[in-house]
Design a protein around this ligand. Structure first.
Ligand SMILES: *[C@@H]1O[C@H](CO)[C@@H](O)[C@H](O)[C@H]1NC(C)=O
Ligand SMILES: *[C@@H]1O[C@H](CO)[C@@H](O)[C@H](O)[C@H]1NC(C)=O
Ligand SMILES: *[C@@H]1O[C@H](CO)[C@@H](O)[C@H](O)[C@H]1NC(C)=O
Ligand SMILES: *[C@@H]1O[C@H](CO)[C@@H](O)[C@H](O)[C@H]1NC(C)=O
Ligand SMILES: *[C@@H]1O[C@H](CO)[C@@H](O)[C@H](O)[C@H]1NC(C)=O
Ligand SMILES: *[C@@H]1O[C@H](CO)[C@@H](O)[C@H](O)[C@H]1NC(C)=O
Ligand SMILES: *[C@@H]1O[C@H](CO)[C@@H](O)[C@H](O)[C@H]1NC(C)=O
Ligand SMILES: *[C@@H]1O[C@H](CO)[C@@H](O)[C@H](O)[C@H]1NC(C)=O
Ligand SMILES: *[C@@H]1O[C@H](CO)[C@@H](O)[C@H](O)[C@H]1NC(C)=O
Ligand SMILES: *[C@@H]1O[C@H](CO)[C@@H](O)[C@H](O)[C@H]1NC(C)=O
Ligand SMILES: *[C@@H]1O[C@H](CO)[C@@H](O)[C@H](O)[C@H]1NC(C)=O
Ligand SMILES: *[C@@H]1O[C@H](CO)[C@@H](O)[C@H](O)[C@H]1NC(C)=O
Length: 321
């Protein structure tokens, strides 16, 4: 293991020194957020490896948080093979540089002064800030050689102008292979209270996170649910509590976190609103299932068509046998 670490360090050495050189260019970032937030760092694997090894390499406290950051199913084992040159997103707790920050107790990697992720967190993303007025998860994407801003923007659902501004670069030739750039990933909206220990709770499109000492699991599926964070009880053993506190919504005839009832067009959902030392906050949210919901209907129709197509193919297959 020591050898692997030394090797990793050697590999990262040019990266670290260039980070220091690039520091002045990265200083345009604001660090106005008072607390820590969740961010992601892309790690390009060197050899064939498995998820458990990557977890120990980066000392990530909770294996589930790696699964969530990569949108992998919760049943994925530690022995899940990862081939060389694959990108695995490492969840980190990003704190403002020069600000000790508060640990929210979130089960993710805590950046420690002097380590690799600390350098990325401190020198690339001293920021938990919104971009274009939207909630984002800042992702340290490692640039592949031959990349263009346009390509990166389309890969991660952002636009060139945003990448230019956030990274203070003007042209593709300023993209340097094997160096990180800040890619703001669209995050889901959530009604988290500002006095909550996990405020602002951010999850990028296609990922999920655990919060409230592990009691709650929140999923962001921007395509399906209009960028709303969907939270539900995780069924995990909590990390700081004996048992998870109640997750029922008050005044809601028995709705529990993640449940919803529909009456006509009105849907009432019991949503997650944060937590403190003793309580999990919930709130009732109303939305309409009727007006302007055609996109979700389209999705249903497409999937029905696919089913239909599959049946057709199966039928034909049988006919020709
Ligand atoms: C952006 O980069 C230019 C030159 O590369 C530099 O002069 C300028 O200070 C940078 N701006 C910020 C806000 O870092
Ligand atoms: C930093 O914050 C100041 C004041 O809030 C703002 O004028 C400036 O544009 C911000 N800089 C960046 C790079 O977001
Ligand atoms: C990658 O594999 C090579 C050859 O097996 C080995 O020498 C090297 O230490 C490995 N690197 C890492 C970071 O595990
Ligand atoms: C992972 O790869 C190793 C060989 O490199 C193989 O023995 C093992 O069965 C694989 N594990 C899984 C879960 O596929
Ligand atoms: C923290 O900020 C102060 C003032 O802005 C600066 O003098 C100091 O070097 C910074 N510390 C680190 C570790 O960057
Ligand atoms: C969210 O991710 C899905 C697939 O992962 C993608 O199709 C969709 O365009 C993304 N939505 C946004 C708003 O980025
Ligand atoms: C989308 O939200 C509705 C209610 O708000 C919920 O019933 C449904 O399961 C959600 N879909 C996904 C994929 O999370
Ligand atoms: C409410 O949520 C719980 C846990 O997520 C689930 O077991 C239960 O079936 C849900 N109840 C209703 C009425 O949807
Ligand atoms: C839906 O909500 C609106 C106002 O929010 C209310 O006027 C209407 O009666 C509700 N409809 C049903 C079926 O509950
Ligand atoms: C947590 O929040 C609840 C409800 O708002 C409040 O009654 C309680 O005093 C708070 N506990 C702490 C330790 O802040
Ligand atoms: C919350 O609990 C931690 C230890 O579990 C304690 O250090 C902290 O002071 C508590 N905060 C509040 C507001 O009660
Ligand atoms: C999606 O969210 C936007 C803004 O948050 C809202 O205006 C719109 O009505 C929502 N659409 C649906 C179908 O809920």
């Amino acid at each position: 293991m020591g050898f692997a670490f030394a090797k990793l360090f050697l590999l990262l050495l040019p990266l670290l020194s260039s980070l220091t050189l690039e520091h002045s260019a990265a200083q345009g970032f604001n660090c106005s957020s008072p607390r820590s937030c969740r961010a992601l760092v892309g790690y390009v694997t060197v050899n064939n490896t498995d998820l458990g090894t990557i977890q120990s390499l980066f000392n990530v406290k909770n294996f589930r948080s790696i699964l969530g950051a990569n949108g992998l199913s919760l049943s994925t084992p530690r022995t899940h093979n990862i081939s060389a040159q694959q990108v695995i997103k490492i969840p980190i707790n990003c704190v403002c540089y020069n600000d000790t920050g508060t640990s929210s107790g979130a089960p993710i990697y805590e950046v420690k002064e002097g380590d690799f992720l600390f350098h990325i967190a401190a020198e690339i993303f001293s920021s938990c800030d919104d971009v274009n007025g939207e909630k984002v998860v800042h992702y340290a994407h490692i640039v592949k050689s031959g990349s263009t801003l346009e390509g990166i923007a389309s890969e991660f659902g952002t636009d060139e102008g945003t990448l230019r501004r956030v990274n203070n670069i003007t042209a593709d030739n300023q993209l340097i292979a094997d160096q990180p750039i800040d890619v703001p990933l669209k995050a889901c909206n959530s009604p988290i209270r500002s006095d909550s220990l996990d405020f602002p709770l951010l999850a990028a499109n296609g990922t999920y996170v655990f919060t409230a000492n592990g009691c709650v699991r929140c999923t962001c599926d921007a395509a399906v649910n209009n960028s709303t964070l969907r939270c539900e009880p995780s069924q995990n053993k909590p990390s700081r509590w004996e048992t998870c506190p109640s997750m029922q919504c008050e005044a809601s005839d028995g709705l529990s976190l993640g449940n919803s009832t529909t009456s006509g067009c009105n849907r009432t959902t019991c949503s997650y609103a944060g937590y403190n030392n003793s309580t999990i906050f919930t709130t009732l949210e109303q939305d309409s299932t009727c007006s302007s919901t055609t996109p979700s209907n389209d999705v249903t129709r497409i999937s029905l068509n696919w089913d239909f197509l599959c049946i057709l193919i199966l039928l034909c297959f049988h006919l020709f046998q």
